[in-house]
Design a protein around this ligand. Structure first.
Ligand code: PLP
Length: 425
């Protein structure tokens, strides 16, 4: 196979930490897990942290006076501290635990959005957003009468930054963009976009669901006002995510959900909200998932985010080279230099769902469909695509297996002659 630069991270050694990667499927085919943009797998260290939490430390947090509750509370707050350090936030209470990126974005839309936006105000998104960073703003527009606008995307899946000149005005109140496209892997110039938003007096929200797991994050240097991401896409358990928000903004925002923990005082006549971060963590929070996320962060930090980023970028370059040789395969998005470890494509004459089903027979797990980004697919003029998304435990050998599986899928289709694809659209 073609030569690529030496890879400084040894995925083989790390794979041993991930029991699920040794799974064999459809008889005796080794699993190739290329659906990491949907969710990653967990190493033993994270699984063990979850077991330890339930076996040794579990009680509700911020409530009990008893020893176990105090221990559980300390660990939960230590988890918050490890997130703070990992993303470079100034204050621990700027880290709000949510159930995921979707919940984090909805929190901002329902609180800051409802409080500040009116008819005539504008929110600027991009055409490459995940539905999680579109629908909450459309719902906000329905509630308040504000307008949602979209920064266009080029044919090769990059933001048309020149359009900011027209789209950013004194009416723009918020710019909410993804740091990395979950479909195309495009890495967006977040710092530049945040600075442009601030220049017109707008706030900036970064959907970092696909960037935090793969590259070092510095929320202060990026200057973002809000940052949202999910634990399960970065080796952590599902059920926990993060909203980072600038202290003054979070302080001024009304609470989202009401209930236990988020109050200072409740009377029969009303309530007074509590301090950050409790104000936004009503009810029993995702205690054990937060401890799991902290263990995931420790694991990632031990490898080093720079090493992860450069390994994945070499693997992506390799995937581009190899996949480009598959007959009739069209790679979507920009060249590897502008993207993270996500490679999407369409194969002429075969529906994406058929492709995914056929390569699954060879043990290769890829995604098919619109990947929760229907407007982007419409912009690209396709109904569906296939997506292979990598993490540091994936290998070049696995990319070769994807390639071989795609070639086999094509042979199967050719043998079937012109029998139409089972899937329409
Ligand atoms: N934003 C992006 C870019 C994503 O890729 C995803 C999930 O795929 C989300 C938001 C939503 O994340 P979750 O489903 O964990 O809330």
């Amino acid at each position: 196979m073609a030569s690529t630069p030496a890879l400084p991270l040894d995925p083989t050694a790390l794979r041993a930490d991930f029991p699920i990667l040794a799974t064999r499927v459809h008889g005796d085919r080794p699993l190739v897990y290329f659906d990491n943009a949907a969710t990653t797998q967990r190493p033993r260290q994270v699984i063990q942290a979850l077991v330890d939490a339930y076996e040794q430390h579990y009680a509700n947090v911020h409530r009990g006076i008893h020893w176990l509750s105090e221990q559980s509370t300390d660990l939960y707050e230590e988890a918050r501290e490890s997130v703070r350090r990992f993303i470079g936030a100034r204050q621990r209470h700027e880290v709000i635990f949510t159930t995921g990126a979707t919940a984090s974005i909805n929190l901002v839309a329902r609180t800051w959005g409802d409080q500040h936006l009116r008819r005539g105000d504008e929110i600027l998104l991009s055409e490459m957003e995940h539905h999680s960073n579109i629908v909450p703003w459309q719902q906000l527009a329905e509630r308040t009468g504000c307008t949602v606008r979209f920064l266009p995307v080029t044919d090769d899946g990059q933001l048309v930054l020149a359009a900011l000149d027209q789209l950013l005005t004194e009416r723009t109140r918020l710019v909410a963009v993804t740091a990395v496209s979950n479909v195309l892997g495009t890495v967006n110039p977040i710092r530049e976009i945040v600075a442009r938003a601030h220049a017109v007096g707008a706030l900036a929200l970064v959907d970092a669901a696909q960037s935090v797991p793969h590259a070092a994050t510095h929320v202060v240097d990026d200057d973002a006002d809000f940052v949202a991401f999910s634990g399960h896409k970065m080796l952590g358990p599902s059920g926990v995510g993060v909203l980072y928000g600038r202290e003054q903004l979070l302080d001024a925002m009304p609470p989202f959900l009401g209930g236990g923990s988020m109050i200072r005082r409740v009377t029969l006549d009303g309530f007074e909200p509590g301090e950050l971060p409790a104000k936004f963590e009503a009810g029993t929070p995702p205690i054990v998932p937060a401890l799991g996320l902290s263990a995931a962060i420790a694991y990632l930090e031990q490898i080093g985010m720079e090493r992860i980023g450069s390994y994945e970028s070499a693997l992506t370059g390799y995937a581009h080279e190899v996949l480009a040789r598959v007959d009739g395969l069209r790679l979507l998005g920009p060249p590897p230099a502008h993207k993270a470890g996500i490679v999407s494509f369409v194969i002429q004459g075969i529906h994406a769902h058929d492709v995914a089903q056929l390569v699954d027979q060879d043990g290769v797990a890829i995604r098919a469909g619109h990947h929760c980004a229907m407007p982007l697919h419409k912009r690209l003029g396709i109904a569906a695509s296939n997506r292979a998304s990598f993490y540091f435990y994936n290998t070049r050998d696995e990319v070769d297996r994807l390639c071989a599986a795609l070639q086999r899928a094509q042979r199967v289709f050719r043998r079937r002659g012109d029998r139409p694809s089972a899937f329409k659209g």
